[in-house]
Design a protein around this ligand. Structure first.
Ligand SMILES: Nc1ncnc2c1ncn2[C@@H]1O[C@H](COP(=O)(O)OP(=O)(O)OP(=O)(O)O)[C@@H](O)[C@H]1O
Ligand SMILES: [Mg+2]
Length: 238
């Protein structure tokens, strides 16, 4: 199962959610590879391994970069500045899917960069499912709506890519009025599961120190919320 984590807006929690879901899946006993498509290369850092090692760009160059071990079941291909190269921008949207053909993991998760539709498309085309992440900020919601309509359009046209997707409303604090009403923003989006992840400083603390959330704070609010998303990732409802 291959899952793309996307939002057009920056800073809504894509990398945190990718890192946490990847680590929850690994602690369930699945073999997991997390692929970072972001030139910022935050994902490996968040998981406590070298973010500057050869990774996704090398894979797209046709090399065989060694995924970096986070633990026995969880591996990462770091992002990096090379992903911003012009020749990467000219790749065919199916090139990442092709490069992963022989990869043998139970789950491959793709962490997408903000605002780079070309890199995002490489992941979307390679994915079976997608998590569309937003917070309650109107600009983030707009970005999520754009991803949702792209996913729907691809699916309608029978293009390669996810056949199911879910909305993740992240950093939710019910005391804030925008957050309280965030579900209303997606009331027209039918038949798409919607998950909330509460605002929780444990997420920031874990990622800043390179710890997996499932080990650092397995019972915190965010970890509880993320487990429901992990169940959806595992589910075979479609
Ligand atoms: N549920 C949450 N509660 C509290 N803090 C959070 C939560 N989710 C993410 N954060 C924090 O918000 C910040 C941005 O998160 P993250 O880097 O995962 O976002 P992103 O969407 O990947 O950003 P970018 O678009 O730059 O790649 C980080 O400091 C992270 O620790
Ligand atoms: Mg990120």
């Amino acid at each position: 199962m291959r899952i793309a984590i996307a939002s057009r807006k920056g800073g809504v929690g894509k990398s945190s959610i990718t890192a946490s879901i990847a680590s929850l899946l690994a602690s369930d006993g699945y073999d997991v590879l997390a692929i970072d498509l972001d030139p910022q290369s935050n994902l490996a850092f968040m998981l406590g391994v070298d973010p500057t090692a050869p990774g996704t760009a090398a894979l797209l160059d046709g090399e065989n970069p060694e995924p970096i071990e986070v633990n026995e079941r969880l591996y990462v291909l770091p992002g990096g500045a090379d992903l911003a190269r012009q020749d990467i921008a000219r790749l065919d949207p199916e090139d990442l899917a092709d490069a992963l053909e022989d990869f043998d993991y139970d789950f491959i998760l793709f962490d997408n960069p903000p605002g780079n539709q070309h890199l995002e498309r490489l992941a979307i085309v390679a994915a079976d499912k997608a998590l569309v992440v937003t917070n309650a900020h109107p600009m983030a919601i707009l970005g999520a709506e754009r991803v949702l309509s792209d996913l729907e359009a691809r699916y309608q046209k029978k293009r390669k890519g996810p056949s199911s997707w879910a909305i993740v409303m992240n950093m939710i604090d019910a005391r804030r009025s925008l957050d309280k009403n965030i579900e209303d923003m997606f009331e027209d989006v039918e038949d798409v599961p919607k998950f909330k992840v509460r605002q929780d400083t444990k997420i920031s603390m874990a990622s800043a120190q390179g710890y997996e959330l499932s080990e650092f704070a397995p019972h915190c609010n965010a970890a509880r919320d993320l487990r429901k998303i992990k169940e959806w990732c595992v589910g075979e409802e479609d």
